[in-house]
Design a protein. Structure first.
Lengths: 310, 321
């Protein structure tokens, strides 16, 4: 509605605006506008980041004050078998979660794009993502129950042996990874779908004129042009995946034994069960560093910042 | 940072493009219905089924009586229909009654948790969206030295994992004496999140300047321009952001787990995990648990039914969260 009157007005307003832009600063007003956000940023992001770094070099159990111990926490971590176990478990989770999630999401995104553009279909597929992790975890905890869960009923009906999804060391992490694939699949698909929509249609038309089939079009056109979006989605989902906590905390709580004690759960337990805040801080510095390196490598090797569309 | 640039390109498209792009979709030539297309629909139908069935199973279990679940584990309808699970969840059964029906007998009151979740999520949403809108306007429209540098600094915090700031923030909330208060749970996200500022800045950048310029010539202050011209014209994106913020606050588990353990401030997600851990190990109160998850999920599902289209169309790159 408003768009129609804009062209006429912009011509009239343009000369008046030009001189005003030069040098004139709105600093006083800007201060009023950004002060709450800046306070929030400093108090809850900037200072905690510095404080977290500092705590990682201390021994601190919540009582008294932190005692500086240099690199001791880091040296202990390197020798900590549970830490390495947590890293291995988290790594397994991330690989399983990301691999399946990305493939399923890409498939769904293509279906959304080529077959069903309906918002309702997209809305339904987004549903699991809107429901809390804790809810999703409990729902699947019930459905995958060894005794009377519906999934094991179906498995038995198919003539296969029951699976202790949460109770066996081998299955715990794949099960948790699957639950989160289920939750994030539709959301990731929507992100990729938005990327597909950004690919200009004439590229496809040219390909069709050249007689390229669906398979060739997908690999030679869709994938290369989708790459920047794909990389961004991968960076975001991988970073999120490393921080798996809720699902594990309400289902296995790290068990059986240490089979699903992922890194964030380990940090939580160190800080709040053992009250070892220094050690927990050092662990989270390491997690932070790993996430930074992983994001950097993804951007570099998948060339996420370059676009074929140029 | 290359991410920043990519991020920049996005939500403007998500905010405006969603509707504007639609007409062009009809130009696409329709392909004849072949086996490929039927197969594609079948896969899509399967995906929808896999998505929806667990929710139906949640409802079915919540309406069953717990003792009958084992004997009727594969029946599609509620096993021995009963509202007992909901009564248990809302603390409307006596401990003996609850025990008899398979509950733990421990006092559990989801009315309270429901109320607490509403209080916390509303506090976070109202404050965060308001303060972030102010900041976003300053980043998008006002001229001041260091503006873009401060903005990149804000954006950089998207890369800091929440666990990293959670430990020091817990200490801060503890030192402020705000453990087990609503303010303590809400405060860290009340003043800003990088995502909220980014989302609205993107929209403000794309808005036409004409009305503002006209108001400025009439001598209106920036404060007046913001409240009387910019904000009313940004109702759509502000509503979308509010919805996303509310959902995120409602679903958060880790932070309220750290600072809101006591019953009087316990939110639904934490309440659910407590309910689960209180449930008898050998024979869990499945129907009670599913009734509780349904209660926790329902407000979000209702919001989604009412405003789902906004959420669905807002997810592009802006979905970075």
């Amino acid at each position: 509605m408003a768009t129609t009157e804009i062209p006429a007005r912009s011509q009239a307003a343009a000369p008046a605006r030009a001189p005003r832009k030069r040098g004139k600063s709105d600093l006083a007003t800007a201060l009023v506008f950004i002060t709450p956000a800046v306070v929030g940023f400093i108090v809850f992001y900037l200072v905690p980041t510095i404080r977290g770094l500092y705590l990682s070099f201390t021994n601190y159990n919540l009582f008294g004050s932190p005692v500086w111990i240099g690199l001791t926490n880091y040296i202990k971590i390197v020798q900590d078998k549970l830490f390495w176990n947590a890293m291995a478990v988290t790594g397994e989770y991330v690989v399983l979660n990301i691999a399946f999630q990305t493939v399923f999401a890409l498939g769904l995104a293509l279906l959304m794009y080529h077959v069903a553009k309906s918002t309702i279909v997209r809305g339904v597929l987004l549903l699991p993502y809107l429901v809390a992790n804790v809810i999703v975890a409990l729902l699947w905890f019930w459905m995958l129950d060894y005794q009377i869960g519906i999934v094991n009923q179906v498995i038995e009906w198919l003539g296969l042996p029951r699976v202790a999804f949460f109770g066996s060391g081998t299955w715990a992490i794949p099960t948790i990874a699957f639950i989160n694939v289920w939750r994030h699949m539709g959301y990731t698909a929507l992100l990729l779908f938005a990327g597909l929509q950004a690919i200009p249609r004439n590229v496809y038309e040219v390909a069709a004129l050249d007689g390229a089939g669906a398979w060739k079009t997908f690999w030679k056109i869709t994938m290369p042009l989708l790459r920047p979006v794909m990389v961004l989605v991968l960076v975001v989902t991988v970073i999120g995946s490393f921080q798996i906590f809720d699902t594990v905390a309400v289902t296995t709580n790290g068990g059986p034994v240490n089979a699903s004690r992922v890194i964030q759960l380990y940090i939580y337990q160190k800080a709040f069960t053992e009250q070892d805040f220094g050690y927990a801080s050092a662990l989270s510095v390491i997690l932070f560093a790993i996430l930074g390196v992983v994001a950097f490598l993804q951007m570099k090797f998948l060339r996420g910042n370059e676009s074929e569309l140029g | 940072m290359t991410t920043t640039q990519r991020l920049d390109a996005a939500p403007a498209g998500a905010a405006n493009g969603g509707t504007r792009r639609r007409p062009s979709t009809d130009r696409r030539p329709r392909r004849p219905v072949g086996w490929g297309r039927i197969g594609a629909w079948a896969v899509l139908a399967l995906a929808i089924l896999v998505t929806v069935v667990p929710f139906l199973w949640m409802i079915r279990t919540a309406l069953s009586s717990n003792h009958s679940l084992a004997a009727n584990s594969a029946s599609l309808l509620p096993a021995d229909f009963s509202w007992g699970a909901f009564k248990r969840v809302f603390g409307m059964q006596s401990p003996e009654e609850a025990l008899a029906q398979g509950g733990s007998g421990a006092a559990i009151n989801f009315w309270l948790y429901l109320r607490n979740s509403f209080i916390v999520s509303t506090m976070v949403t109202v404050a965060q969206v308001f303060f972030s809108a102010l900041a976003a306007y300053a980043f998008a429209r006002l001229q001041w030295p260091g503006r873009d540098k401060v903005f990149s600094l804000f954006l950089a915090t998207l890369l800091v994992p929440p666990i990293f700031t959670a430990l020091p923030n817990f200490l801060l909330i503890k030192n402020l004496g705000l453990l087990n208060t609503f303010l303590g749970i809400a405060l860290p996200t009340m003043l800003m999140t990088p995502f909220a500022i980014f989302f609205l800045r993107q929209f403000f950048l794309g808005m036409s300047r004409e009305m503002e310029e006209a108001a400025k010539l009439d001598g209106a202050s920036h404060l007046r321009i913001f409240f009387q011209i910019v904000a009313p014209n940004a109702v759509g994106p502000i509503a979308t952001l509010s919805l996303l913020t509310f959902i995120a606050a409602w679903n958060d588990y880790f932070w309220p787990l750290l600072v809101g353990q006591e019953d009087k401030v316990r939110v639904l997600t934490v309440g659910l995990s407590v309910f689960k851990s209180q449930s008898p190990q050998g024979a869990p109160d499945w129907s009670g648990l599913m009734a509780a998850t349904l209660v926790a999920a329902l407000p979000i599902l209702i919001l989604f039914l009412a405003f789902g289209k906004k959420v669905v169309n807002s997810i592009g790159f802006s979905g970075i969260k």
